[in-house]
Write a protein that binds this ligand. Structure first.
Ligand code: C2E
Ligand code: CA
Ligand code: CA
Ligand code: CA
Length: 277
């Protein structure tokens, strides 16, 4: 047993070593990518499946490291948050998206949403900087939306952040609740904060149309959004059957691989040229 214990200990140590090395490589790579602006942004459309209209785009950051290859934002965003790099990364994304919005041809002039981390909302100058940046490119604020997760919005119930959200909203910037239904939070924030859109989390969509309970939950979320006057987007729509069910329940705006994968700015312009505005 002692022998096994020792082996176990060694094994554990080796694992730890490897893990630390991987973490360090990732950290080093991310710092370098930020310094060299080695990131890029892809855009995934939000499409009204009934009218076939493209109603918006979501900006999603990408990073391909020379050594590590493509790293998922699900991995490097939490790391950036942990390392205190998320403000810098968020700023870069904001700049890049606004620059791209101004550069796109006329037919791509639909709202673009940006994912915002909780820590970015602690910055007292956030709303002012966005306003300045939009003004610099002569873009109307209505073209920009921010996606905030429930947990982020619950933090936002603090009065300074409430003011920040009101400032953004007063400018005309749309506010969406991202990953709705996954935050284990009370729903009271929905009536306390200035919000425009609920994005139903992909986990509720995944097993549709077969899963009756999920269908009931989605139905309830849609009813609640209606009652509160909020717009809806369903995330992670991967099949025609899911889109049909969602539209039937009253959520026509869908986002997901069935409609389109996230794509480059040029690809998006080409698509919109083909489908028309
Ligand atoms: P999210 O905001 O919930 O974004 C949706 C994610 O689902 C994206 O993953 C998207 O590529 C993926 N997706 C879209 N349609 C489908 C589908 O039909 N099926 C499946 N299985 N997945 C689909 P991605 O791009 O890997 O981003 C992961 C997360 O990283 C995002 O989740 C968001 O929380 C975060 N993120 C991405 N870009 C940024 C950013 O610029 N800033 C911040 N703070 N977070 C970001
Ligand atoms: Ca999002
Ligand atoms: Ca989401
Ligand atoms: Ca998500």
């Amino acid at each position: 047993a002692k022998e096994a214990g020792r082996n176990h200990f060694c094994f554990y140590n080796a694992m730890m070593g490897e893990r630390n090395y991987a973490d360090l490589a990732l950290e080093h790579g991310l710092r370098k990518a930020l310094r060299q602006q080695d990131l890029f942004v892809v855009y995934q459309p939000k499409i009204d499946v009934v009218s076939r209209q493209w109603v918006g785009l979501e900006a999603l950051v990408r990073w391909t490291d020379e050594q590590l290859g493509p790293v998922s934002p699900a991995e490097f965003i939490p790391l950036a948050e942990k390392l205190g790099l998320i403000e810098e990364l968020g700023e870069w994304v904001l700049d890049e998206v606004i620059r791209q919005m101004a550069a796109w041809p006329q037919q791509v002039r639909i709202p673009v949403s940006i994912n915002v981390s909780a820590r970015q909302l602690l910055d007292g100058q956030f709303a002012v900087r966005i306003a300045k940046r939009l003004a610099a490119y002569q873009l109307p604020a209505q073209r920009l939306e921010l996606e905030l997760t429930e947990s982020c919005l619950v933090l936002g119930q603090d009065s300074t952040q409430k003011t920040l959200l009101r400032d953004l909203r007063a400018q005309g910037i749309g506010i969406s609740v991202d990953d709705f239904g996954t935050g284990y939070s009370s729903l009271s924030y929905l009536r306390q904060l200035p919000l425009d859109t609920i994005k139903i989390d992909a986990s509720f969509i995944r097993e549709l149309p077969g899963n009756r309970e999920d269908a009931q939950l989605v139905w309830a979320i849609i009813g609640m959004a209606r009652a509160l006057g909020l717009d809806l987007v369903a995330e992670g729509v991967e099949t025609a059957a899911q889109a049909t069910l969602l539209a039937g329940l009253g959520c026509c705006v869908c986002q997901g691989y069935w409609l389109a994968r996230p794509a480059s700015a040029d690809q998006v312009a080409q698509w919109m040229d083909e489908v028309g505005p």
